[in-house]
Ligand binder design. Structure first.
Ligand code: FES
Length: 199
């Protein structure tokens, strides 16, 4: 009887110890998993999902006329503006840089069929770490103007498919189709490649 009680107590104690060990190991695995999640880099382009659809009209993203349709006639050679698709201005992945160059300026890999009368558009999100790009107008030679990200000085050539011409950006900025409609512009395609940070 005494032996039996001792055996039952022994088994109960072993079960309890085993339970504590399993619970401890589960806790350790959970902590390790959390740590790995923190240390692992975010996946490329994470969080940048554009909702632009062909036919969406372009509106100004900044300034006193933010939200108004972009006027094609207001842009001269070497100009650029930040735009959104109308009604979809709360999604940062929809921010686009619209640029006016000469049609004859475009060289591969620019997708000419996605341009219209010198208007070309690219994502405004730098492919390095996701800052918004800026426009550096070359007043002496507007066709030589470039897109630059001042966070870490990545530079992109808008006449050559926004290929990287300097800095740490790993890939070009994706192009998106535009066309003139009256005096405004509409999008005609999705982005040609990934958008958002690609490191
Ligand atoms: S985020 Fe643009 S260069 Fe780093």
């Amino acid at each position: 009887m005494v032996e039996g009680n001792q055996t039952e107590k022994g088994i109960t104690r072993r079960k309890f110890t085993l339970g504590v060990m399993i619970a401890s190991m589960a806790g350790a695995f959970a902590s390790l998993f959390s740590l790995l999640k923190v240390l692992a880099p975010a996946s490329k382009g994470a969080g940048y999902v554009s909702t632009i659809k062909p036919g969406d009209r372009l509106v100004y993203a900044k300034g006193g006329n933010a939200g108004s349709p972009v006027k094609a006639s207001s842009m001269s050679l070497g100009d650029a503006v930040l735009v959104y698709p109308v009604g979809k201005t709360s999604n940062p992945a929809n921010l686009v840089q619209l640029i006016k160059l000469n049609e004859s300026d475009f060289k591969a890999p620019t997708k000419i069929n996605l341009t219209d009368q010198g208007f070309v558009a690219y994502s405004a999100i730098c492919t390095h770490l996701g800052c918004t790009v800026s426009w550096v107008k070359n007043t002496a030679n507007p066709s030589a103007s470039i897109t630059e990200c001042f966070c870490h000085n990545s530079m992109f050539d808008p006449a050559k498919g926004a290929e990287v011409i300097g800095g740490p950006a790993p890939i070009p900025i994706a192009q998106i189709g535009v066309k003139i409609n009256g005096d405004s512009l509409v999008f005609t395609s999705d982005f040609t490649g990934p958008i958002g940070p690609q490191v």
